[in-house]
Design a protein around this ligand. Structure first.
Ligand code: SF4
Ligand code: SF4
Length: 166
């Protein structure tokens, strides 16, 4: 059976929409071409954006003034972590003034949601969220950061001293 449909007048507007679409594209293309310095894009990776102080990137374990790790293995960050991606193994220290220290500290970056709760939970500024965000890799195992990587990777240039360094 042949169904009689009402005439679709809106189809007549289609070429106008096409024209205005092209017009807008060409307008922005020309304006961006003439005002190159005001372009919102950058030539990454040669140029990099400056990250704000509250940016949450790759974690850092800070150090004491003597170069040892600041972490007291209190497990607060591990407990606060919603992604359960922090694993700490604590041990007693030879120095009686130091109660505990971590013999192993691992963060699985593939599970981490970059929430910063670990940084907030730490009572001694032993863990911080840094500004690094480029960690693409092929092997899954390379996303598990250990104690050495967290505190001594080359980009940290010798390590970061805690705000409570003793
Ligand atoms: S940033 Fe959040 S998810 Fe990542 S390790 Fe810290 S607490 Fe866990
Ligand atoms: S990083 Fe801070 S919160 Fe986490 S175990 Fe060490 S001292 Fe405790």
């Amino acid at each position: 059976m042949l169904i009689q449909r009402p005439p679709a007048y809106h189809r007549w507007l289609y070429p106008q929409g096409l024209f205005f679409g092209f017009y807008t594209t060409m307008k922005h293309f020309t304006l961006n071409l003439l005002r190159l310095r005001k372009m919102p894009t950058i030539s990454y990776p040669e140029q990099k954006r400056i990250r704000s102080d509250c940016f949450k990137g790759k974690h850092i374990l800070t150090k004491k003034l003597d170069g040892s790790i600041r972490c007291t293995a209190c497990m607060l960050c591990q407990t606060a972590c919603p992604a359960e991606c922090i694993k700490i193994t604590a041990s007693e220290h030879d120095n009686p003034k130091v109660e505990k220290f971590p013999i192993s500290f691992q963060i699985d970056l593939l599970r981490c949601v970059m929430c910063g709760y670990c940084e907030e939970a730490c009572p001694v500024d032993a863990i911080r969220m840094g500004k690094e965000y480029e960690w693409a890799d092929f092997a899954e195992s390379n996303f598990i950061m250990d104690l050495d990587h967290l505190s001594n990777r080359p980009s940290l240039k010798g390590g970061v001293i805690s705000k409570l360094p003793t």
